[in-house]
Design a protein around this ligand. Structure first.
Ligand SMILES: *Cc1c(COP(=O)(O)O)cnc(C)c1O
Length: 227
């Protein structure tokens, strides 16, 4: 399948999921995750019109950002080590994996030095799987309250990863759980501003995520392929 065909197929599935949920197609943004593909294929994705690209490791992302840093909006979607903040700050527009105070402090410090405001998603481990990063759901409100004082971070929403399920429908409680957490965060006014977004849904489960309110889906293998 060519990339053009994959993009069309994914687009049709997104549109159908939006229709099932009574949502506007415009409410859902796509991040093309290029972590499994080469520099050339990343260039092809940009030429095919994909504007938001995601990577989960700085080492793999660096050459792509060097070549295509200005041609796309970059999203850091992987676990972020505190000592890598200096590398990614200012290069990735969004951080999807804010999950601890030490990381927030380092991001705040480096963003302040550069005079930037960094849009971040708080990553929550809704499923509770031990192998997954992210804050425990019952720690979210307290953590968000602490972030309120961080002037150079803007919390735009929450992010989660569902476990891989042979039957994607089984992921629904995880996505619903993240939506409920976002609603509670906003209802209680913990941040002092709205955090509207939900970064959830990958190749295996994005339709369920959209039905449950995803505003950003992160698609690798189904969209740009795997090499
Ligand atoms: C790899 C990755 C994705 C995309 O994975 P696919 O299943 O290939 O769509 C999405 N989100 C995160 C955090 C990832 O690490």
């Amino acid at each position: 399948m060519s990339m053009k065909d994959r993009i069309e197929a994914v687009e049709a599935r997104i549109a159908a999921a939006c229709a099932r949920a009574g949502r506007d197609r415009g409410e859902v943004e796509v991040i093309a995750v290029t972590k499994y593909v080469s520099l050339e294929t990343t260039g092809e994705a940009i030429r095919e019109g994909l504007r938001h690209l995601g990577e989960n490791r700085w080492q793999d992302a660096a050459p792509k950002l060097q070549t295509y840093g200005e041609a796309a909006e970059w999203h850091f979607i992987g676990h972020l080590q505190t000592n890598k903040v200096k590398d990614v700050i200012g290069k990735f527009r969004y951080i999807h994996s804010l999950d601890r105070l030490s990381l927030a402090k380092e991001l705040e410090k480096k963003a302040g030095q550069l005079g930037l405001t960094v849009p971040c998603f708080i990553q929550v481990n809704v499923s509770g799987e031990e192998s997954k990063y992210g804050l425990a759901p019952d720690k979210l409100l307290e953590f968000a309250g602490e972030l309120r004082a961080f002037e150079h971070l803007r919390i735009v929403g929450l992010m989660t990863m569902a476990p891989y399920e042979a039957e994607p429908e089984a992921t629904r409680p995880v996505f619903r759980g993240l939506r409920e957490l976002r609603d509670r965060l906003n209802r209680e006014g913990v941040l002092g501003y709205e955090a509207p977004h939900l970064s959830m849904g990958m190749s295996n489960d994005f339709e369920v995520a959209i039905e449950e309110g995803a505003t950003w889906v992160r698609l690798g293998s189904s969209l740009v392929g795997r090499e």
